[in-house]
Design a protein around this ligand. Structure first.
Ligand code: AMP
Length: 214
């Protein structure tokens, strides 16, 4: 099962992608996580990506496409994967389709997690990420057991630079200009499924499972 998650930053697609990955036993591939881990390790890719990420801008297509093309052809992806944060532009979607064509595969589902902009802004302000492992939480909707401490690794939680209100506004603008056209793209391929992302995490997930099949 090859799945693409769509939706504005902060719509909750990452949270749902992790749940899908666990239930269907397929890798969760988040380009944002890959960039953040590269930044942490101080790689050349990380240094380059950070310049764009800190401004709420997209990392250039050529950097992202090569990385994903390499990842999805790994052995663990042969039964499927869930892509989170990729594609984010039409050229990325076309490049992904081309890569999959080479191995006679295709995307089966594009799942859009739909949340209005005003809710996104509220949500992002409450989002917290672990400085050590990158796990994300929400002070209201998905709190940690101990305030400010990661449930998974005990690391300290912070508000990520790109979740700060001024950067969120920019990311939303970029989303509408560059990523939103993907809704039409996947609708045209008859694989778009939209779920309401404004309901609780478990309810959103149940609706996704209904689409994917139990
Ligand atoms: P995310 O965690 O998916 O919200 O990604 C955080 C940031 O990483 C984005 O705001 C972009 O700067 C960058 N990024 C992640 N995925 C992509 C992508 N597919 N194309 C371009 N930039 C990306």
């Amino acid at each position: 099962m090859k799945i693409v998650m769509l939706g504005a930053p902060g719509a909750g697609k990452g949270t749902q992608a992790i749940k899908i990955s666990e239930k269907y036993n397929i890798p969760h591939i988040s380009t944002g996580d890959i960039f953040r881990s590269n930044i942490k390790q101080g790689t050349e890719l990380g240094t380059e990506a950070k310049k764009y990420m800190d401004q709420g801008l997209l990392v250039p297509d050529e950097l992202v496409v090569a990385l994903v093309a390499d990842r999805i052809t790994k052995e663990d992806c042969k039964d499927g994967f869930v892509l989170d944060g990729f594609p984010r532009t039409i050229p990325q979607a076309e490049a992904l389709d081309k890569e999959l064509e080479k191995i006679e595969e295709k995307i089966d589902f594009a799942i859009e997690v739909d949340v209005k902009d005003e809710n996104i802004i509220k949500r992002m302000a409450g989002r917290r990420a672990c400085v050590d492992c990158g796990a994300t939480y929400h002070i209201e909707y998905a709190p940690t057991k101990v305030e400010g401490i990661c449930d998974q690794c005990g690391g300290k939680l912070i508000l990520r630079d790109d979740d700060k209100p001024e950067t969120v506004q920019k990311r939303l603008q970029v989303y509408h200009e560059q990523t939103r056209p993907l809704i039409e793209y996947y609708n045209g391929h008859n694989i778009l499924k939209t779920v309401d992302g404004a309901i609780g995490i478990e309810d959103v997930f149940n609706n996704i499972v209904e689409i994917l099949g139990a």
